[in-house]
Design a protein around this ligand. Sequence first.
Ligand code: IPT
Length: 960
Amino acid sequence: MSAHTRTDYVEDVSPGSGALPPRAWYASSDAVSLPLGGSWRFRLSDTADAQDDSFAAPGYDAGDWAEIQVPGHWVLQGHGSPAYTNHRYPFPVDPPRVPTENPTGDHLRVFGLPAGWPAGGDAVLRFDGVESCARVWLNGTELGEFKGSRLPHEFAVGALLRPSGNVLAVRVHQWSAGSYLEDQDQWWLPGVFRDVTLLHRPAGGVRDFFVHASYDHVSGTGTLRVDSEVAGRVTVPDLGVDVPTGEPVTVPVEPWTAETPRLYDGVLATEGERVPLRIGFRTVELSDGLIKVNGRPVLFKGVNRHEWHPEKGRALDLATMREDVLLMKRHNVNAVRTSHYPPHPAFLDLCDEYGLWVIDECDLETHGFTEQGWRDNPVDDDRWTPALLDRAARMVERDKNHPSVVIWSLGNEAGTGRGLTATAEWIRARDTSRLVHYEGDHTCRDTDVYSRMYASHAEVERIGRRLDGGPLKRRALPFILCEYAHAMGNGPGGLADYQRLFEAHERLQGGFVWEWIDHGIAHPELGYAYGGDFGEELHDGNFVCDGLLFPDRRPSPGLVEYKKVIEPVAVTGDGTAGTVRVTNKYDFADLSALAFSWTYEVEGEPVDSGSLPVPALAPGESAEVKLPAVPAGAPAGEAYWTVRAVLACETAWAPRDHVVAWGQLPVSARRTPYVAATARPAPGDGVISLGPAVFDARTGALRAIGAVPVTDLRLDVWRAPTDNDDGAAWQGDPRYGPLWRRLGLHRMRHRLDAVEAGEDALTVRTRVAPAARELGLSTVYRWTSDGDRLRLTVSTVPEGDWTVPLPRLGIRFGLATADLVRWYGGGPGEAYPDTRTAARIARWQSTVDELQTPYVRPQENGARIDVRWAELGGLRVEGDPAYWFTARRWTTEQLDAAAHRTDLVPGSGSAAGVWVNLDHGQHGIGSQSCGPGPLPRYHLRAEPAEFSFVFSPVSAPRTG
Ligand code: IPT
């Protein structure tokens, strides 16, 4: 080996050289293999050519190098830093050239062959994923180099192996020509981030094979044919199948669907190897303008999944992948788009096993070219076509044997061009058993599905009604939203409204929420870091935290809402009718796996419960099911029937009794609280007493209710803008967060006009308005009491030209301290006008700390909806009407100013320990951080309003 350094391949548009042709991936066979993960020697250089090749030679002493974990990203292991951009390339755009500053990681691993490693045969070295470009040597011999970060590459190495002291050297460059094709919205994370494995290849072993397993729903039979590069036999004991490869066999089978993921274990045996098969019979087709599986249209209730772990980045272990699948299944998700690259191959095994429809997406995105009007887009430049075809082939060949994969996606946000057409043609020629997807070309010239992202409800409805026109080809295609409901921060709002459209129009075959998990990076000082936290000169902030899961995989309220919105059983009706309507919304399964129960609740407390016999309705069927008689002796009060559908037996993905769906049927309405105004305001020494309350005589400010001191009770219209309030910069107005701030709603002044102690009321008149504006809210607080309880009625009338909705409308006040909170109303989680489907009316208990939703970038959160009464800190507050309840250990201003959760310090810099907001209204949430804002019906218009609260002292709630 010479001391020279070759770097020409780094900026070469070709996919690489030396690797074997792609083939089907399988996890295990009876051939031996050696995982090469673990601790490797590592050296980082700041340019591609800083070091010569001598490190790859046997005998090289790397004793003073650092150590690194493989699989892993070096920037998450103390070498260099991660960087986040959405679509802008973090380097000058001059394809295929990359910067001279090109972090380059040399990786070294010495290994021996385990005892029993067969003497004969060949061996293959497999890399499942390396970002972005690697050059590989074994025992000093160069094997080749490759690009295509999330795709497998194999090298034949048999002739080079020795029993011990094998030296595997891998040079990885952060930037390469391939980086131009990998401009996905995510962290840039170089490294050997997926498994490296040495596979023994026995003589006569299996090479590539293609399992064709279709299902004929008319005859109930499956046809199996396994094409194999190396001939052999295929056996499926449960089906009595034993046929040569290449020969079709038709037998009665149970089909595979995401709802009923029936897999048959089989074996592909060649002369030298036995590979286990997991066969799912299913047929995907486009028919009558619809995506059908096994003859029936499907409705995707999907998510976009990036691979993410807050410490490991995209180096996921099997347990994390399984956790994702279990969380999806438990939240009624039935589909995944592997945005925007093929996932670790084991993830697809899990999708086969547990049942999820998969859109498998190619590792291709050239989004940054949008900045220059797509000029020089590699996707429309023939020089890059071989690289595009290589990527498509590596995905399709690797993943073609998964029944869960029903659609291939050409990539994401890559504009349009001949290269895409070429890959679509290649895929269609190779695999006729699946459909082709690509969102970036709205003419649909290369695709089987009309796909869009972030379209508004109105547009989706037009498409559903086939009023959208467009190119002829497109008009005949089914529609999906491959991305919608941007789950950044608090939200997404409007899910239920989309779902109603999907269910109403057959052309609309569902959507995939953007996205599954926040890509926050665990950080010692910041909690979770996002763009900019590593000093990037160019970054897109917390746009990388837009998932339904928090970085630690705790479900956000958005996921809880989504679960409710997409539940596969609808439970509806009027609680006084004596029946409940149950509808099976599955596409394939009947309801036999579910058990139904009822509970009769009065004032949020269960009075009686029992099981509800529901027939095993077929998909799409409904039934009116008789409810029992109202339990004898049930107390008077607001009553509900709550009906639940739970798993009748344990499944692979959840225990028995796991709640799949529920509904509440109101029986009788709530009685609103009444307080007779019998007490008289009594002036004292600088104070006015009224019933249990004491006020400041000069300002009319409430000081205490009973023994509970109250600070700063006043009208409040401000909330710490959510990511969706702020909207994305490119969205244009109206983006309400910035508008509210421009108006000064975050710094309202309260002018005292009058304090009037009357016969039966204390009336405080004010005007609430921001500096520099003529608009304001004339606000009157009217206090009355019956001696024990205190009633506040707030009347507010907007003055001036209010064209903007209000963030919120209610009161806020401080309490010295509060911990436990009990309430009767919506819960258990937060809810806003357009994110309220999952709020169930019941009695709930929590603590002030647990009421907080830990959005990575702090913002408005934690409101409980429809609260009839709440108790905290020695006070009980009843609402007339029911209200939104929020309590936190910091002010809204502090919440607004915080950039990370660690900026929120309880009680710092404010007079009270706990701040409480009682809201009459909240503005909707929407999805404007990347999509449409809240629908007009969820706007909180500035209008005259009147609302009341009844306060009374109570002993602080205790647990139990
Ligand atoms: C869309 C991207 O496909 C996705 O990767 C992500 O960036 C998402 O937006 C926002 O989080 S593209 C956008 C221009 C709609």
